[in-house]
Design a binder for this molecule. Structure first.
Ligand SMILES: [Zn+2]
Length: 43
């Protein structure tokens, strides 16, 4: 299962999330509900 790195464009929080490739990407920051950007890592 790949690990995706997300960064919030609003508060700058970064975190990693393991997700199946078929899983929908996260869109909202768990902290501030801001928009998340998914950083490609480990590819
Ligand atoms: Zn945020």
């Amino acid at each position: 299962m790949p690990t995706y790195e997300y960064k919030c464009t609003a508060c700058g929080r970064r975190f990693e999330q393991r997700q199946a490739i078929t899983e929908a990407p996260l869109k909202d920051c768990p902290e501030c509900k801001g928009r998340l950007r998914r950083l490609v890592s480990g590819r």
